[in-house]
Design a binder for this molecule. Structure first.
Ligand SMILES: Cc1cc2nc3c(=O)[nH]c(=O)nc-3n(C[C@H](O)[C@H](O)[C@H](O)COP(=O)(O)OP(=O)(O)OC[C@H]3O[C@@H](n4cnc5c(N)ncnc54)[C@H](O)[C@@H]3O)c2cc1C
Length: 370
């Protein structure tokens, strides 16, 4: 029932407006409000804090449906989950009771790790957390933060000033948007996901209550890795939504377009390509479902499986979107057909949440004997 409702919303509101939002770059607030009205924002929040929790698998399906209709709206929705899940998993009762109802009421979340000089190697971050009585002084900046300008709560990573070891000092806190000293420096003008905001943020001696620190000072790296394990399947679901949309558009066009007296779907070379993509799509869906079952079983040790899901789903989204443009011929290169946008939207899925080179490195080195 939930999925039917989300699909109806995607068909009636989100998909029909996706091209307009892509063109204008305007933030799709009406899509977000409509998703909230259906309760999609409460799906991953515990009941005690205003939520209506549902299965992780169901959440992933919602991400897929919304992303197939509008990749920008899909990532805005998923980013709140990425930012808030660690608070849900390891926050204290007091923190959850104070902060989570804002999300249940429709607030957005963000996850802030990347800095101008610390991308793939997040341990190079320089944002500092300096304890000062009951507060922490946050100084530094983050870049490329999805929802950074619109989020009510930002899961912010930085380094504890009193710990000298670069990795052991990484800490994490929940940053509230109205904190004095917080500044949105710029919004990126992007190739795709044009309606989703990507912000550069500055934290100018921001005073954050120590009560907003998650875990202990220096506990951030462990938390970062654990939280990425749950956000990577979500990023994979987002990529598979784009892949499904591109595949569907490609097949529809191939069945209509006639050249040399044949539908282009009747050329055997094209059929081989379709067969490979359809099979890879089915396999990626199954793998994601398997990873979701690992998350739901409460296990913690599924980093490699999550990496594989993210890497394969995003490479596949790019491959399918590129072939979909190819099958549309010259029309695929023009904005009249959605595949043009899908190809632009697919690209970033290979870059964010760890570039696919980094995922290959993680997966590959796990096979090297210690
Ligand atoms: C639209 C958008 C939204 C984003 N949203 C967020 C967000 O919400 N929160 C957040 O914290 N970040 C976010 N990011 C940042 C994103 O996660 C980083 O861009 C990404 O991790 C890569 O970092 P980088 O851009 O600094 O590239 P670099 O790390 O500089 O990488 C450059 C190139 O070098 C390669 N490379 C780097 N290290 C290795 C290695 N060890 N082996 C092989 N190749 C390597 C990379 O694969 C890449 O091809 C977003 C980025 C974009 C563009």
């Amino acid at each position: 029932m939930v999925l039917d409702q989300v699909q109806r919303l995607a068909d009636e509101l989100i998909a029909p407006n996706a091209a307009r939002y892509d063109e204008s770059g305007e933030f799709p607030w009406d899509n977000i409000r409509a998703l909230n009205e259906l309760g999609c924002n409460t799906m991953f929040v515990p009941e005690a804090y205003g939520g209506a929790p549902m299965a992780y698998r169901l959440y992933l399906e919602v991400v897929k449906i919304v992303s197939a209709a509008c990749a920008s709206t899909g990532i805005i929705y998923a980013t709140t989950f990425h930012g808030l899940k660690p608070l849900i998993d390891v926050g204290t009762e007091e923190q959850k009771a104070r902060l989570l109802p804002r999300i249940a009421e429709g607030g957005l979340g963000a996850l802030a790790i990347t800095e101008p000089n610390a991308g793939s190697d997040a341990t190079g971050m320089t944002t500092s957390f300096t304890p000062d009585g009951d507060d922490i002084i946050v100084q530094g900046g983050k870049t490329f933060i999805s929802n950074g300008d619109v989020a009510d709560l930002i899961l912010l990573f930085g380094k504890w000033s009193e710990i000298s070891d670069s990795r052991k000092s990484i800490s994490v806190l929940v940053f509230e948007k109205d904190t004095p000293g917080f500044e949105v420096l710029r919004l990126e003008d992007k190739m795709g996901h044009r309606a989703a905001s990507t912000a550069a943020l500055a934290f100018n001696a921001c005073r954050v209550p120590r009560a907003n620190l998650l875990g202990e000072p220096g506990g951030g790296l462990k938390l970062l890795l654990a939280s990425l394990n749950k956000s990577r399947p979500s990023v994979a679901a987002h990529a598979l939504g784009i892949a499904q949309a591109a595949f569907g558009d490609m097949i529809a066009y191939m069945n209509d377009r006639v050249q040399s007296g044949k539908r282009i779907v009747d050329f055997q070379g094209n059929q081989f390509m379709v067969a490979d993509l359809a099979t890879d799509l089915a396999m990626a869906e199954c793998w994601l479902d398997y990873v979701a079952s690992l998350v739901e079983s409460g296990g913690q040790d599924f980093g490699l499986e999550a990496s594989m899901a993210k890497m394969r789903a995003s490479d596949l989204a790019m491959r399918i979107a590129t072939e979909a443009v190819q099958m549309h011929g010259g029309y695929g290169y023009c904005k009249d057909y959605r595949v043009e946008r899908l190809m632009r939207d697919a690209k970033i899925t290979q870059i964010w949440e760890g570039t696919n080179q980094v995922h290959r490195q993680l997966i590959g080195r796990s096979f090297a004997r210690k």
